[in-house]
Design a protein around this ligand. Structure first.
Ligand code: GAL
Length: 745
């Protein structure tokens, strides 16, 4: 009887995909029991078995290699629902089809204790990446977390600025648990009775191999909701999976070109005169400066905020912003979400705010169109129309002891928990749209984000300040479609200062945040020249970085990436323990040990930062030949090398055939064209598609951009030559002429 009931229910379900995994006869019987309870529950519904959603599972194909699964009754508000994302389906289609490494029914869904339990299978040697902006770990298998938007508190426990519930598996697939909820994760920590690959049973008394955490073949999630949507992404490589994820989220952001220059945030109570003096000092010292960031003191009240200029410190804000702009310096303003009773916004916004206040400020319900309009009008009047280029949106990650509690209510009916998970994303959407409506790109900072924000021009930062962990966060950001800056604030020693400056210059946003310390790039005189040199290198790299961001936008490739996403880290699920041999296969060995302190920038640059106190470090070079960025000399090939470049240099390597276009040493980005130095490394012919557009509008979305082909060819004698190919009739905005430089003899 149970079987015929089962067949009946299965035949009711859509598509050819079995709805839930029914493996053993034993399970089938208990499933039959659930269905029986379900039927009984139709007539007398007091039973709390929560089985009514068991059959409610649907798989839908969204794009090539992308499926959306819906189970039960998912919330209407999820991580993506409020963000108005337009997926780049054309780019995904171009990637072609891909399949998942297992049958659909191997992902199982159940209702447990009124919540949704999702299980993905894990194989031996499988690695799991992502699951939020973690600071200490890159591989997540073996960890337990509750993904919860929050300040990072020093532990990778799921509470972080972007706890994105998206994971990438080394088996060549990934999944987003698309729920704006606090999601529990057991990433390979538990053992089920029905395990396909149960751990070896060992005797603790006698077996030294006994482990308190036996082998697990489960990746499990628990979502406190009546249903859930899961988006699954296939890929031949993990990079393909990440690309599909980013492209579904609208493709990565393309910052305005000025955003990739150098940023200085000034002390909180600086006045217009103080800023002028600071700008003059930058000029005098020939130090790059492209964006000045003002901290809370620019406004009349902050914590809570008015978003109105304090004219006692900035007498004529419009002329102030205009004056900076004339010098090709943009203005970025700090804000947080909480509205002060003292400004003109208060009475207008009050009806659309939460039951609770934060720092005595109203909390706008950004899911409401009324709020989006009121805030946009206010921001336009006081900032955008005055020429302000963007925001640093602070405190939208919250912190339990001052944020709205989970009992707070919002007028739209969105729960406090859901709001917590998407508040930063919502603010990003609203401010991005405001600039986009003016056909202007913005670039700024944000402290809270979640899934779906790849296309928003914001970079995460925080108050935590461990240099190594900042680099691990930079690496992790590449798995989850967000950007991260290891901002520089202060340092104990000049060595630390320089080392931090070196890494920030290879990040999505090169910035000193001197809001509290008043530091300047030259604060440590003994390394001031080296700091200047690295900031200038940052400026030189802009054509390369901008192209890397274009690849993020059009192809979903993160501009700064974990080594695990690099070719050579090819997915090989059959890789056995023996394959990790230090002499024969050092690269594979390195893969087994998490790589937390080196990363890729663009297609061919590998950056391996040195940290305060280190004279040398090990660098893992993926397969193929690698060359020193500064000299062009061969440094190794698929091996572990020791780098000791001295204090003034950060170890940077270029892959064989790597082409790096460089600006001259400029300090400002005006609209002038610059000569381009095109460096080629190694001995491989190559083509690099340099990206160019107007650098500040959205016209590129209508095809107003050019890919300039930089070709390096070799004749039969091995002589290299370069050729620049500008497609007929295409505009060039940024480059005046082109000079090839072959770095390797
Ligand atoms: C913090 C933020 C700092 C700085 C400060 C100003 O919350 O993380 O970077 O902006 O506020 O009060």
């Amino acid at each position: 009887m149970y079987n015929s009931l089962l067949n009946y229910f299965q035949s009711k379900l859509t598509g050819s995909i079995p709805p839930i995994s029914l493996k053993s006869g034993m399970e089938k019987r208990s499933m039959g029991m659930y269905i029986l309870i379900f039927i009984l529950g139709q007539t007398s519904c007091t039973d709390k078995q929560n089985v009514e959603n068991q059959g409610n599972l649907e798989w839908n194909k969204e794009a090539a290699g992308v499926w959306k699964i819906s189970f039960g009754s998912p919330d209407t508000i999820n991580l993506l629902s409020e963000l108005d994302i337009t997926s780049r389906l054309d780019a995904i289609a171009e990637m072609g089809e891909d399949t998942l490494p297992f049958a659909h029914e191997d992902i199982s869904f159940e209702v447990v204790d009124g919540k949704i339990y999702i299980r993905f299978p894990l194989e031996k040697e499988e690695k799991i990446f992502g699951l939020g902006l973690n600071f200490k770990t890159v591989e997540q298998r073996g960890r337990i977390m509750r993904l919860h938007v929050d300040h990072y508190g020093g532990e990778d426990d799921g509470r972080t600025h972007a706890p994105v519930p998206f994971f990438v598996s080394s088996r060549g697939y990934g999944a987003l648990i698309n729920a704006a909820r606090y999601i529990d994760v057991w990433a390979g920590t538990s053992v089920r009775k029905d395990s396909k690959n149960p751990p070896v049973i060992r005797d603790r008394n006698t077996d030294p191999e006994w482990s308190a955490q036996p082998y697990s073949d489960n990746l499990e999630f628990l979502v406190p909701a009546d249903g859930v949507e899961v988006i699954v992404f296939a890929g031949k490589t993990m990079l393909d999976v990440v690309r599909r994820y980013n492209l579904m989220n609208g493709g990565g952001t393309l910052p305005p070109k000025w955003g990739l220059g150098f940023w200085q945030r000034v002390p909180t109570l600086y006045t217009d005169k103080d800023v002028q003096n600071e700008v003059n000092e930058f000029e005098k010292r020939g130090f790059p400066l492209n964006v000045v960031g003002l901290e809370p003191g620019w406004m009349t009240r902050s914590y809570p905020c008015t978003y109105e200029w304090d004219t006692s410190r900035f007498e004529d804000p419009e002329s102030f912003v205009e004056g900076l702009k004339e010098k090709h310096i943009r203005t970025n303003l700090w804000i947080n979400p909480y509205v002060s009773p003292d400004g003109e916004l208060y009475t207008k916004i009050k009806p659309y705010t939460s039951s609770h206040t934060v720092w005595n400020g109203l909390v706008p319900d950004y899911t409401m169109s009324e709020v989006q309009k009121i805030m946009t009008d206010h921001f336009k009047k006081h900032q955008l129309n005055m020429g302000v280029s963007g925001y640093k949106m602070d405190e939208n990650d919250g912190y339990d002891s001052w944020l709205w509690p989970d009992v707070a209510t919002f007028p739209s009916g969105t729960s406090a928990e859901q709001m917590r998970q998407i508040y930063g994303s919502l603010m990003q959407k609203v401010t991005t749209k405001m600039y986009q409506d003016e056909n202007l790109r913005t670039y700024g900072l944000v402290r809270g984000a979640n899934a779906g924000t790849s296309s928003f021009p914001f970079v995460l930062y925080n108050d935590y300040y461990n240099h190594r962990d900042f680099i691990t966060a930079l690496i992790n950001s590449s798995f989850i479609g967000v950007l991260w800056t290891p901002e520089v604030r202060a340092s104990q020693t000049s060595e630390e200062w320089l080392r931090r400056m070196q890494t920030v210059c290879f990040s999505p946003l090169a910035m000193i945040n001197a809001w509290a310390d008043g530091t300047k790039p030259w604060s440590f005189p003994d390394v001031a020249e080296d700091v200047n040199a690295i900031a200038k290198l940052r400026m030189r790299l802009i054509p390369y970085l901008y192209t890397a961001f274009a690849d993020y936008t059009f192809q979903g490739i993160p501009p700064m990436r974990a080594m695990n996403l690099e070719a050579g880290y090819a997915i090989d699920p059959t890789l056995s323990e023996e394959a990790f041999d230090a002499t024969e296969n050092p690269y594979a060995m390195a893969v087994k040990q998490e790589v937390k302190d080196q990363f890729m920038v663009g297609p061919s640059v590998l950056v391996a930062p040195l940290f305060d106190g280190e004279k040398e470090r090990k660098v893992i070079l993926p397969q193929g030949k690698w060359y020193d960025f500064y000299t062009g000399a061969l440094v190794g090939e698929g091996e572990v090398i020791t780098a000791s470049p001295g204090l003034s240099k950060i170890p940077v390597y270029v892959k064989d055939g790597g082409i790096i276009p460089l600006f001259p040493e400029i300090t400002r980005l005006d609209n002038r064209k610059h000569p381009l130095e095109i460096r080629h490394y190694g001995n491989k012919p190559n083509v690099y598609e340099l990206y160019d557009d107007d650098g500040e509008t959205y016209d590129y979305k209508n095809g107003e951009f050019t890919r300039i082909g930089l070709h390096v060819v070799m004749d039969t004698e091995g002589n290299k030559s370069g050729k620049v190919v500008i497609p007929d009739g295409k505009n060039v905005w940024s480059f005046s002429d082109y000079q090839f430089r072959f770095m390797t003899e």
